[in-house]
Design a protein around this ligand. Structure first.
Ligand code: CA
Length: 237
């Protein structure tokens, strides 16, 4: 799950970024309203944590703009104002939730989980299941029948992205941007290395999932077509 944090109080922003990353989220941060809006408008975020009082552009104005551009990312507004009209204003503008400062990080994490449980938003549920294969990004663990394997954090983020877009081709640029972040200095061949590791672990599970290389473009995760072992026996059934 990819989160954009727009918060100008640097200490708070850094603390939130740290705790979100520790909880295995991919986090980008913006420290003013203009950059925040530009990044949010890319539409690549599952969740935007948006402060109200920001230099450049006010949070609720950013939110109204994003909704007018049909950006459907879930949004949690952070606000120091606890007056009822301010909360209503935020929710009316298209926020999914709000938090009044100061708040505990536990409460923020609970709100994020709650958003994840509401299915109408892009914030996904925690567990992936394709056929007999299950993958839990929280524990970084993949299971297939009675076998299980643990993925590293980067492998987990990569596999989660591929699973979320199963059947679709992801370009190397998309993978780099979404797994390593905008400002990453990671080279393209790092993707190939991580794809190799993830493939190796999927193979170790004997799962039916495979990652195809689309030459010159990127990668696509698919469930391999099942070989109908019993085809010859059908007539005898
Ligand atoms: Ca602020």
């Amino acid at each position: 799950m990819r989160i954009l944090l727009v918060e100008d109080e640097r200490r708070l922003a850094d603390a939130l970024e740290y705790i979100l990353k520790k909880n295995h989220f991919i986090v980008d941060a913006a420290y003013d309203g203009i950059n925040g809006q530009d990044m949010a408008e890319t539409g690549i975020y599952d969740l935007i944590i948006l402060d109200r009082m920001l230099p450049g552009k006010e949070g609720v104005e950013i939110l109204k703009y994003l909704r007018s551009k049909k950006i459907t990312s879930a949004v949690i507004i952070l606000t120091a104002k606890d007056a009822v009209p301010c909360r209503i204003e935020g929710l009316d503008a298209g926020a999914d939730d709000y938090l009044i400062k100061p708040f505990s990080t536990e409460e923020l994490m609970a709100r994020i989980r709650a958003l994840g449980r509401r299915s109408h938003h892009k914030v996904p549920s925690d567990l992936f299941q394709i056929g007999d294969f299950t993958f839990d990004p929280k524990s970084c663990e993949g299971r297939y029948k009675d076998k299980h394997v643990r993925f590293t954090l980067k492998e987990t983020q990569l596999l989660e992205l591929l699973l979320r877009n199963a059947g679709q081709v992801l370009t190397k640029e998309q993978i780099l941007e979404r797994v390593w972040g905008f400002d990453s200095e990671v080279e393209m061949n790092a993707i190939e290395i991580y794809i190799y590791y993830v493939r190796k672990k999927l193979n170790a599970l004997n799962s039916s999932l495979s990652i195809s290389t689309i030459r010159g473009i990127g990668y696509c995760l698919k469930e391999a077509e099942h070989v109908l072992e019993n085809t010859n026996n059908i007539n005898t059934l």
